[in-house]
Design a protein around this ligand. Structure first.
Ligand code: SAH
Length: 360
């Protein structure tokens, strides 16, 4: 049975984690330890360049590096596994300091490199088709833990990441403070300098938080996990639909488009015999009529726990053609990394299962 933590882990815990700090907070920390505030900028820049320890921060004096080493840490995640696909996709499994596993996916596109990050360890939303929710929510991730997924992927690939999607495990709008802090860190010039328009947040539809986000971050792209043409079907597969109805959700989306002038993306996982009939799709087209939006069709990745099966790729292409014909722009998600555990939460789930098996 693997030991979680170890003495080193316990000692580390009492140290201040600088990666969880915004530049402003880091300035406050430096000041509180008697250092000049400009030191914060130096440390901040080093962290985002991916150094793993204070020793590598060569423009700080040796005594200062030693002092930081004693009082603080910049380590959030350790890399557990990397799966590499032939198409350049890489899937990372990371371990948090308290032994949770989280995953991220690095993808290569024509327009640049993109990463899909997790916002929580596990997920409380319980969508029937999703591997992430099988074991429920372990805990929220901190902003530093979300950021470290990006920093470590840049380090491991040696490549710059230009786009971020918060579409991994977890519901980002249930971890709002960490989410926006993470976005600020990624956007900061001294951080990774990623444009807000290159960041996308995906939600299952926590409407009040979504409305707040529209107000506060109008430039960030919004993706909605819709997956159904009506509340009846949505409730069958997404418990969140019991709290937030589709009418209200689509009204909030129209409001988002009006306020930001930017389109909304709807994700629609095609599930054989459940939401992919001609009638279902025609109803969907009716609901979205006139909205500036884009539909991303995803043939469901089968997760064995759910018993649900994906529609065929041919069916997905036919549906895309139909929606396009009704004036609704549509794509069928490219199957990146299909030779590695591609579906959300699959890698983490298989690792957690292994660990549980080891423990029992
Ligand atoms: N909680 C957020 C973000 C995480 S899920 C949300 O719901 O949007 C990221 C996307 O993957 C969502 O659209 C989700 O519905 C989808 N997804 C989850 N499991 C899937 C599966 N087995 N096949 C296809 N898409 C899946």
């Amino acid at each position: 049975m693997p030991m979680i933590g170890g003495t080193e882990g316990i000692m580390e815990k009492s140290k201040t984690n600088l990666k969880d700090m915004s530049l402003k907070e880091l300035e406050g920390y430096m000041k509180s330890t008697g250092e000049k505030t400009f030191r914060a900028k130096q440390v901040f820049q080093w962290m985002y360049r991916g150094v793993s320890g204070f020793d590598e921060m060569t423009d700080l004096s040796k005594p200062m590096r030693d002092k930081l080493e004693q009082e603080a840490t910049i380590s959030c995640l350790s890399l557990d596994t990397v799966q590499k696909s032939e198409d350049g996709t890489r899937k990372y499994l990371f371990r948090t300091r308290d032994g949770n596993h989280i995953e991220s996916v690095f993808m290569k596109y024509k327009y640049g490199n993109s990463i899909c990050v997790s916002s929580q360890a596990g997920c409380a939303m319980g969508c029937k088709f999703c591997a992430s929710g099988v074991d429920g929510l372990a805990r929220d991730l901190t902003a530093g833990e979300i950021a470290d997924q990006v920093i470590q992927a840049e380090n491991e690939t040696g490549e710059k990441i230009s786009h971020i999607v918060v579409m991994g495990t977890g519901e980002p709008f249930n971890n709002y403070d960490a989410l926006i802090k993470f976005i600020d860190m990624m956007h900061a010039e001294e951080g990774l300098g990623i444009g807000l328009r290159n960041i996308t947040v995906s939600t299952c539809g926590i409407i009040p938080v979504m409305e707040k986000f529209t107000e506060e971050y109008p430039q960030v792209n919004l993706a909605i996990s819709l997956h159904a043409p009506n509340d009846r079907i949505r409730k069958e597969i997404m418990p969140v639909a019991e709290s937030f109805g589709m009418d209200e959700l689509l009204t909030a989306c129209r409001e988002h488009v009006k306020k930001t002038g930017r389109r909304v993306t709807f994700e629609y996982a095609l599930i054989r015999g459940l939401n992919d009939s001609d009638r279902n799709i025609s109803e969907l087209a009716g609901r979205l009529r006139g909205m500036i939006c884009h539909v991303n069709l995803i043939p469901l990745n089968s997760v064995k726990e759910s018993g649900l099966r994906g529609s065929t790729r041919k069916r997905a292409m036919d549906i895309a053609e139909y929606l396009d014909g009704r004036g609704i722009p549509c794509t069928v998600r490219r199957e990146l990394g299909s030779d590695i555990d591609a579906a959300c939460g699959q890698l983490r789930l298989s690792r957690e299962t292994e660990i549980n098996d080891e423990n029992h």
